[in-house]
Structures are given as C-alpha cells and as structure tokens.
Design a protein. Sequence first.
Length: 145
Amino acid sequence: MSAVQRAARKPFKLVAPIMREHPIQKQIADALRLEIAPAGKVSRRGVCWWSVDHANYAGEVPGIRHSRGIIAGIPGLYVLCAGRAYFVEIKAEDGEMSDAQRSVASAVLASRGLFGVARSADEMLALLDAWNIPRKGIIRRASVA
C-alpha cells in the first residue's frame, strides 16, 4: 500500500487555526471600546484602559529601549479603576508566559497591583468581572450566556 493510499484511508479532520496575539489584542480592544470607553479615555464609571505594542523593535542600537525603562516582560494591556492598576498579558491559545513576563507579573502582584492573562475578549471580560471593574454589559460573556 502506498503512502497516498494510507493517507486516503485516514479520516479528514478539520482543525481551527490558533489565533496569534495581535488579532486577539485587536479583538480585546474592540470589546473594551464597547464595554468601557475608547482607549485612553475615562468612562462615565471612572475606568481607563490602553494597550501598548511591545514588539521587539530594538533598531540599530541594542539596549536603548532598556535604558528608557522599557524592560522585557511588561504586559500589553493596562486598566485603571478607582486608584488601582490592573495589568493583562495577552496570549495566544497555545502561548505561555516567558520568564521575563512571570517576573513582571510577580512584581505587579508584590506591589499590590492585579495581573491576569487573557486569550480572548471573553477572557478579558471575565477578568473585568472578577475584578469588579464596571462595564456597560453590552457584550454577554460566552461562559455566562
């Protein structure tokens, strides 16, 4: 039996692709614009959020980012509410936090900030709800529906 014949005998299985982090960040930003306010604006309930693109653009001078305080591992999304800081690392479904990200998460928690990981807009909304951050309730979470 040839390899083609063996392959033809196996049932075809369609597997959804894993969404990478940039599209997930866009999905989360879209949800936060609906649920809170535009990025960098304060909602009527006193919540402000923004995200930062930390792609590795070291340029021609390695180390220049670090000299400006831009360290490896800083999270990509920030939420401020009632004087508290909330930090969210956005990850793909199969993504894992690096050692630098775990170190920054530990520093955030040690300084009494809150830290979470979101792999989708639904997980981001779950974090907001768990942290009692007020949102409009326009989007129903899949796990609550």
